[in-house]
Design a protein around this ligand. Structure first.
Ligand code: SAM
Length: 317
């Protein structure tokens, strides 16, 4: 247990999907004046350096936010625009960037005033950046090292009682904040799925959360990997939402094949790493689907690594 460290994965394609959805959802929820409580059940360390040892080792951000940034920036000069693209030509150079992607990149840009993405904000910092003074943020993180780092990162914000960091089990105790006094909440559930019991715990949490607070907005991230529990999770969330009579939205982004390949010459097997992930929302903002309908094809085009790259977007209720 607890070998997962988000620092190795920060800014990868899954973070791009998750944080694009998170920002678009928050933007809508924050249009109303009444206070919003955000509960982040699996917060991570909060802030990451993409030029640091962890991110450098895995290089996952290179195929995520960094690729999106380099594909999205306007060429600085005719000389630069004439340079050959490293991976592939900038897609549909003339097409404007979808609003949700532009908004995601502008939030990342707020943390990197000199450009690029040396600093990558995790969900706690993205949320805190967007919240207003009267909103609240509850952060759960169980890994001792990440919880300490999160504490130290959050302390620098001097946000006082607006933010609570809890070194506690997000599955086990985050429902205690539901419903919040203002009866407006967004719950982000982003486990590491290091243990396959996490899938069942997501479902148990959601069943309890919907019982306590059926009108909250819930956003669950999950990996799409060859494991029955991973395929069952969105199906079971959909059944849960439908039975509760609540609207839902399901978005997935696949960037490459999930096949394990063998190098003919060396005989070495190659595991592809995370090929795809999904976000499942219950009570999503009505604005989210059109935003994602425009953004997901562009994410496929810009982050896709082979011909298996694809997206899906479905909703109901
Ligand atoms: N939400 C973060 C973001 O978007 O920046 C990333 C979170 S990362 C995928 C999952 C985190 O959950 C890890 O830091 C892990 O240590 C933590 N974790 C694992 N089990 C937990 C539990 N039961 N309760 C709270 N945190 C847990």
């Amino acid at each position: 247990m607890f070998s997962y460290r988000h620092a190795f994965h920060a800014g990868n394609h899954a973070d791009v999907l998750k944080h694009t959805v998170l920002i678009a959802t928050l933007d809508h929820l924050l249009e109303k004046e009444a206070a919003l409580t955000v509960v982040d059940t699996h917060a991570g360390a909060g802030l990451y350096r993409l030029d640091g040892d962890y991110a450098g080792t895995s290089g996952e951000a290179a195929d995520g936010v960094l690729r999106l940034l380099s594909d999205s920036k306007a060429p600085a000069s005719p000389a630069e625009s004439a340079k050959p693209a490293i991976k592939k030509a900038a897609p549909e150079a003339a097409a404007p960037l979808a609003d949700a992607i532009a908004r995601y990149l502008s939030v990342i840009g707020d943390f990197n005033p000199k450009g690029g993405a040396r600093v990558y904000p995790g969900s706690p910092f993205i949320v805190q950046h967007l919240l207003r003074d009267h909103d609240k943020l509850k952060l759960f993180e169980l890994h001792p090292t990440d919880a300490r780092t999160l504490d130290a990162n959050i302390a620098q914000l001097e946000a006082g009682r607006q933010i609570a960091v809890l070194r506690d089990d997000g599955f086990g105790s985050a429902t205690k904040f539901l419903p919040p006094p203002s009866r407006r909440a967004l719950v982000l559930m982003d486990p590491s799925y290091e243990m396959k019991t996490d899938y069942g715990r997501v479902l148990d949490f959601m069943a309890e959360a919907l019982k306590r607070f059926a009108t909250g907005t819930y956003a669950v991230w999950y990996p799409i990997i060859p494991r029955p529990e991973a395929h069952d999770l969105p199906r079971r969330l959909k059944t849960m939402a439908t039975k509760a009579g609540k609207p839902w939205l399901h978005a997935t982004l696949t960037v490459k094949s999930s096949k394990i390949t063998k190098d003919a010459a060396s005989g070495e097997t190659h595991r592809p790493g995370l090929p795809a992930s999904g976000m499942f929302l219950i009570n999503p903002p009505y604005t989210l689907k059109p935003l994602l309908a425009a953004a997901l094809p562009q994410l496929v085009e810009r982050l896709g690594q082979d011909r298996n790259a694809a997206f899906s977007l479905d909703s109901g209720g």
